[in-house]
Structures are given as structure tokens and as C-alpha cells.
Design a protein around this ligand. Structure first.
Ligand code: NIG
Ligand code: FE
Length: 395
């Protein structure tokens, strides 16, 4: 079993919180990796012996953080919607219906085309420090296409979410009850074997609270874990529903009433904020400060998709969360690592501690603060995923 000692770490973000520092910061630290796992973490001076086949990596005082956990993406799709983005930047508002264009392009793409695109996204994620990521279906919307997207996603991640309830497809425009029935029945049965999660887009123009509840309960009955897209485009019942069904996460949370914030604060449901969406749709950003001050667990994720947020950059999410949503740099880094792990109910990622998966990011910077302080600068110097260096220059 290969062992690597990463040493001379100027600032190590462990996320093993102590004394009011949720990031569990250590200075002059070292991490020993054995195989795919972290074996030891502590002061560099106390590091276990470096003899006997241990590869030593001296990082020269730079900062190391846990690999990013991107708990919300839609990475299996065909085509893009650059024209829609351009129109939006000159005044056309974003609407949920654009999803149907990507559905048409995705249905037309072969498995191999989708697989090749997915492989490109995986290298893009690794190059930017993301080592755990979720992928949703939702651009197939037939039994066969949704099952195909779930299967392709499962080839690259265990975190697959069945999102047959993304939007009602055009062919069911006047038969939405039949579509909901299909999602809860044949489509769910075909997708469940490849999926861990069930999600619904609970929003004006997508699915009502009652429809969403029905779909989530059917998914739970089939053994999937619930998460919700809610309160993205306006106030609505998505957050209330998510808390009601004990969803692990409710994502977007852009428009929240005081009752929504109170409901989240009294629950274990994570509020996952997706600032790439507000950036790319010119909507107001969610108020992370209000949620944090109320005691809500906050995660941030990219929502990488061709319509509302075509970026997979977690460093950009951190910069936006700090600049536009009232988070401190440390809160944003926690939300992009430990927060994402909470939203995916994973206790093996999101922190640097013995026994955890050896997913680490070396920054070309002395502190994690630089991720927000130097927006747009390529600061990801090296990435280890399960102990293996994976950073490759983007294709
Ligand atoms: O998370 N909100 C629903 N789904 C995506 C948008 C997908 C699209 O526009 O294609 C989202 O923003
Ligand atoms: Fe989404």
C-alpha cells in the first residue's frame, strides 16, 4: 500500500472544528496518506517517520484544504444554451421552460457522446479541486432516457439523483397528472437501481407542492433519499415541503420567508445555495448570512447545468458566496467542503482526519482566504482523490 506524507503545510483546514473554529485550522502541519485513506494528521514536527517507502511531498508553507464536495450538478446532457444566456444578458428573464431544449438535445445524443462529455466534466471538476460530486438526471424525461442518464451518471459517481420531475415534457403538456403518475411508477422503477437520491423541481412552471410531495414520497417508498429544488424563482412551498419530508437538503433557497428560515433552523435539512445561478441569471443572491445567523446548516454547490449555471468552479462559488451572500471566507470554504458532505449525508469526505478518504487540495496560496481574495486566479496547485494525484490541465 503506497504512503505519502504531505508536509510543511502552512495552513491546514481539517474541518474538525474546535474552539469556535469550524474549519479546525492547524499551522505547520502534515498529513500522512496510506492507500486511499488519511492515516495521520498533526504538527509537521511530529510526523511519523519518513523512511520505508513513504513518498514525502514538501508543500513549502502553502495551504491545504479538503477536496470540494459539489452536492448539486446536472452534468449528463447534450447541447448547450449559449444563445439563451446571451439573450438573458440583454434582458430576457430566466424561465424553467428552457429545460425542454436541453431535453431534446439530450434525447438526440448517443450514450457514447454523453459519456465522452461526462468524462470531460470529470477532468474539469478534478482540475478545480472537486473530488466528490452529485449528478442529477432530468434531461431525459422518458423512462428509457431517464434510466440511461442515471446509468451513465452512476459510471462516474455513487451520488446519482433521479430528477424525472424536472419539468413536464412537451408531450405531456396537457396530461400532467399522467406524467406525475409515470414519474412515480415506471420511471422511478427504472431509475432507482442506479440512483441514491430522489429530487423534484418544486417551483412555478415546474411541479406544485402537492405533486412534488407525491413524487418524493414515492421515491422514499422505493428506498431513495429525498432532496428538493425549491424557492429559486420566487417564494413558495419548496422549503416547507423539504423540511416536512425530512429532506437532506433543499437547494437554491433564493426567496425565503421568515417562516422558511425558522423551519430550516429547526430541522436537519441543509440549505444548499447555488450562487452560479444568480450570477448567470441576474437574479438577487440568496442571503447566506440570514441563514447562518439563524443556525441553519449551509452548503454551497455549483448547480453546473447548461441553462442556469454553466460553471463547475467551486472556487468561483466561494468567491461569490463571500462577495455577494455575506459569508466569511472560512464559512464559504466550510460550506463547499464539510457543508456539501452534510448535504450528501457523507461522513467519509469533507474533512481531513484519520480514516477519512484522502481527498485533499493544495492551494497556490498561504491561506484558504485567497480563494475569495483572488477571484478568478487558478489557485489549485494539486489535487489528491482517494490518495491519487488527479489534477490534469483542463482539455
Ligand atoms: O437547478 N432548477 C432546476 N434545474 C436547473 C436548471 C436547469 C436548466 O435550466 O436547464 C437548476 O437551476
Ligand atoms: Fe439544479
Amino acid at each position: 500500500m503506497g504512503a505519502t506524507l504531505i508536509t510543511n503545510i502552512g495552513e491546514l483546514t481539517t474541518n474538525v472544528g474546535r474552539d469556535g473554529d469550524p474549519c479546525g485550522t492547524l499551522h505547520d502541519a502534515a498529513v500522512l496518506i496510506e492507500g486511499t485513506r488519511i492515516a495521520w494528521v498533526g504538527p509537521a514536527g511530529d510526523a511519523p517517520g519518513s523512511g520505508g517507502g513513504v513518498e514525502v511531498v514538501d508543500v513549502g508553507g502553502r495551504a491545504v484544504i479538503p477536496g470540494f464536495v459539489d452536492s448539486h450538478t446536472h452534468l449528463v446532457f447534450g447541447g448547450d444554451r449559449a444563445d439563451e444566456f446571451e439573450a438573458r444578458m440583454t434582458g430576457t428573464p430566466y424561465a424553467a421552460g428552457g429545460i425542454r431544449r436541453t431535453v431534446a438535445a439530450t434525447r438526440a445524443a448517443s450514450d457514447d457522446e454523453l459519456r465522452a462529455r461526462l468524462a470531460g466534466f470529470v477532468s474539469e471538476l478534478h482540475a478545480q479541486g472537486t473530488t466528490t460530486f452529485e449528478i442529477k438526471t432530468g434531461y431525459g424525461l422518458t423512462v428509457v432516457d431517464e434510466a440511461r442518464l442515471a446509468r451513465l451518471a452512476s459510471e462516474v459517481t455513487p451520488e446519482v439523483t433521479f430528477l424525472g420531475a424536472h419539468v413536464v415534457p412537451s408531450e405531456y403538456a396537457h396530461r400532467r397528472d399522467e406524467y406525475v403518475e409515470l414519474v412515480c411508477g415506471d420511471m422511478l422503477r427504472a431509475c432507482a437501481p442506479h440512483s441514491r437520491w430522489i429530487d423534484v423541481f418544486c417551483e412555478e412552471g415546474a411541479f406544485s407542492v402537492d405533486e412534488s410531495r407525491r413524487i418524493l414520497l414515492a421515491g422514499i417508498e422505493a428506498g431513495l433519499l429525498p432532496r428538493v429544488h425549491g424557492n429559486q424563482l420566487g417564494y413558495g412551498g419548496g422549503v416547507g415541503l423539504a423540511v416536512d419530508v425530512d429532506a437532506y437538503s433543499v437547494d437554491h433557497c433564493t426567496y425565503l420567508s421568515d417562516a422558511d428560515v425558522m423551519a430550516l433552523a429547526g430541522s436537519d435539512t441543509v440549505a444548499t445555495l447555488l450562487p452560479g445561478v444568480e450570477f448567470s441569471t441576474r437574479q438577487p443572491y440568496p442571503d447566506a448570512r440570514r441563514l447562518l445567523d439563524a443556525g441553519v446548516i449551509v452548503a454551497i454547490a455549483s448547480d453546473c447545468n447548461p441553462g442556469s449555471s454553466f460553471t463547475s468552479s467551486m472556487p468561483l462559488m466561494i468567491a461569490l458566496a463571500v462577495r455577494e451572500m455575506g459569508m466569511s471566507p472560512s464559512e464559504a470554504v466550510w460550506a463547499a467542503t464539510a457543508g456539501g458532505a452534510r448535504a450528501l449525508r457523507r461522513d467519509d469526505v469533507g474533512a481531513i482526519a484519520p480514516g477519512r478518504r484522502a481527498d485533499l487540495v493544495l492551494l497556490e496560496a498561504p491561506t484558504r482566504v485567497h480563494l475569495a481574495y483572488r477571484p478568478g486566479v487558478p489557485l489549485i496547485a494539486e489535487v489528491w482523490s482517494e490518495g491519487v494525484p488527479v489534477r490534469a490541465a483542463p482539455a
